[in-house]
Design a protein around this ligand. Sequence first.
Ligand code: SF4
Length: 125
Amino acid sequence: MGIETKNKAITCILCPLGCKIDVLKKKGTIIVKGAKCAKGKDYAIKEITNPVRVLTATIRVRNGILPLLPVKTTLSIPKKQVFTCLKKLYQLEVKAPVKMGTVIVKSIANTNSDIISTRGIDSKH
Ligand code: SF4
């Protein structure tokens, strides 16, 4: 039985200092080097254990003054779910008009995060 070891070098994005952080996960222990504060340390640990992202994308609009509607997740979703969510979004088409903040998809891919429009789009006619 091998010892699970995982190394990751990340740049902290929580403040303009952009600390370079090394994270080592070995046998259930996580060692963080390079973070100048506790928030950065927590961020680094999350990046190696369960990285999450706010997903932004565009979906097709029928009969709109613009062809694409920008959308985003209401919550950060697991990074490993991003591709699945994008595949679902690229199959969608909404009909104009669409108001900003409209829920386009409820709990996409069982993430508990909705997809909402980040702008409104009027219809052509
Ligand atoms: S570790 Fe702390 S000080 Fe460094 S970039 Fe992240 S938030 Fe800023």
